[in-house]
Design a protein around this ligand. Structure first.
Ligand SMILES: Nc1nc2c([nH]c(=O)n2[C@@H]2O[C@H](COP(=O)(O)OP(=O)(O)OP(=O)(O)O)[C@@H](O)[C@H]2O)c(=O)[nH]1
Length: 144
């Protein structure tokens, strides 16, 4: 069976992470996710994510790291491999092209949302590694 690879962005700003709510027109309507999308043929995961974030949120991001991927079977025929990347805002003004809402959440607020099932282990991993990620971000900001 085909596993569809999907990238997603954990975009950090001021110790908060951007979470996006899928609109009624999308699959999994109303559920929360990290923005991103399916990798196209011949595309690297990083190029995919930069393209998707530009399309969905009209901003450019810088990728500074990644977390463990999570494979999730929504059904017998729909299996996705969700690949999370740690990102910072590069430039542009945020505009919601596809999502109905976004929220910037602090660590302790993360688990309050109704997440898409494939995201739940990623949210857990993010929660556990939150402090390490903040250190990576401080280091990145010092060097850039
Ligand atoms: N971008 C993104 N997709 C996710 C997440 N979690 C999750 O289950 N998905 C699923 O992964 C797939 C990503 O596809 P997508 O966003 O590019 O496209 P879509 O399904 O809205 O539209 P399409 O299938 O008509 O192209 C969707 O099936 C979506 O439901 C997540 O955190 N971010």
């Amino acid at each position: 069976m085909e596993v569809v690879s999907v990238t997603c962005a954990l975009i950090f700003l001021d110790q908060k992470v951007l979470c996006a709510q899928r609109s009624e027109a999308m699959q999994l309507p109303g559920l929360w996710e990290f923005p991103g999308g399916k990798i196209e043929k011949g595309e690297s995961p990083e190029d995919c994510l930069i393209r998707e974030i530009k399309e969905e949120l009209a901003i450019s991001i810088n990728i500074i790291g990644s977390l463990r991927s999570n494979e999730h079977a929504y059904s017998d025929v729909k299996v996705i491999r969700l690949m999370p990347f740690i990102c910072v805002w590069g430039s542009g003004k945020l505009k919601l092209v596809e999502h109905q809402e976004v929220k910037w959440l602090a660590k302790e607020e993360l688990k309050s949302l109704n997440w898409a099932q494939a995201d739940i282990p990623i949210v857990e991993d993010l929660y556990v590694n939150w402090n390490n990620i903040q250190e990576q971000l401080v280091e990145y900001n010092r060097e850039n």
